[in-house]
Design a binder for this molecule. Structure first.
Ligand code: CAA
Length: 293
């Protein structure tokens, strides 16, 4: 039986080439996952050739590391390395049927990168955004075809975390949604379809947990006590290590978005903004000082 809200699987479009917009850490993690699971060409783009080259080299060395650990055979390693490429020319996305963005978490930036790439795409291409808390509908507001945009929200570390939130806007059509569900399955992830509400489902819960941990520190609790208190509940990571993993800038942004949408229920965290600006990590070293200072 089809889960509630899931479209007819037969509508899913084949994905024979993947385009990734952005050449940061998250984009590289996506590239590796798509290469390994879909075994199709993956092209990665950014504004700057240097960033693109660095990302492609980084992905190839990750593949070599997997070969070194015996996780991927020599032959497969060579094949995967040949399947990844980089470009600054959006015209190279013409034959991509799945295009996912992993650029900075800012509405204008995400709107702009999609607007730049859309004219180069085939009519059947699906666009996916990895936003963690922006409105997917607003991200698609400048698209000629917002019906082929879907939210596709991964979690860190991308290779390990089993969940993807597939976010349906009022415009997302069934073929787009069915393709996103098929891609999730091919990536061996569990997908949940969520509505396009701030924070979708996961970050509503996580922003509460991490935001309250920061707020407790701002109100005078020590980092150590907050960690010890949360440890009692068996979470796999302490809240501050998890914030480091998410990235403090992204974490602060997620809290701001939730506070903006639900001001009576979520706090902003000025301390998190300051720490993000200072470029420190919250995880402590053996002496109890924050690592990275
Ligand atoms: N990158 C890639 N792989 C990693 C990794 C990383 N950063 N960290 C761990 N792994 C892999 C390991 O290689 C290992 O793989 P194998 O089993 O194949 O060897 C596997 O994960 C388990 O690793 P460990 O046994 O060393 O570690 P663990 O048991 O402590 O688990 C963890 C690690 C899965 C990351 C666990 O700590 C965890 O689940 N943490 C919570 C993560 C989480 O909540 N993420 C969501 C963040 S929110 C977000 O990302 C999105 C947002 O919108 C803000």
């Amino acid at each position: 039986k089809r889960p509630a809200g899931a479209p007819d699987k037969a509508l899913a479009k084949p994905v024979t080439k993947v385009g990734i917009i952005g050449a940061g850490l998250m984009a590289s993690q996506f590239a590796l996952l798509f290469l390994r699971r879909l075994q199709v060409p993956v092209v990665i783009t950014d504004l700057d050739q240097g960033r693109v080259d660095k990302a492609v080299a980084g992905i190839r060395s990750e593949i070599e590391a997997l070969v070194g650990k015996g996780r991927v055979s020599d032959d497969e390693g060579k094949r995967l390395s040949a399947l990844i490429s980089g470009t600054v020319d959006k015209a190279d996305f013409a034959d991509c049927d799945w295009v996912i963005e992993a650029v900075f978490e800012e509405l204008g930036v995400k709107q702009q990168v999609f607007a730049e790439v859309e004219p180069h795409l085939s009519e059947t291409a699906v666009l996916a955004t990895n936003t963690s808390s922006l409105s997917v509908e607003q991200i698609g507001a400048k698209l000629a075809h917002p019906e082929r945009l879907v939210g596709f929200h991964f979690f860190n570390p991308v290779a390990v975390m089993p969940l993807i939130e597939v976010v349906k806007t009022p415009q997302t059509d069934d073929a787009t949604l069915a393709t996103a569900m098929r891609v999730s399955k091919d990536l061996k992830k569990n997908a949940v379809i969520t509505r396009d509400t701030p924070g979708f489902v996961v970050n509503r819960v996580l922003a509460k947990l991490l935001g309250e941990a920061m707020h407790a520190v701002e109100q005078g609790s020590s980092f150590e006590d907050v960690v010890a208190a949360q440890r009692a509940f068996g979470f796999p990571m302490d809240p501050f290590v998890l914030l480091d993993l998410v990235g403090l800038k992204v974490g602060a942004h997620v809290l701001d978005t939730h506070h903006g949408a639900f001001p009576d229920r979520f706090f902003e965290s000025p301390a998190l903004h300051e720490l993000a600006e200072a470029g420190v990590l919250l995880e402590k070293d053996a002496k109890g000082d924050p690592k990275g200072i």
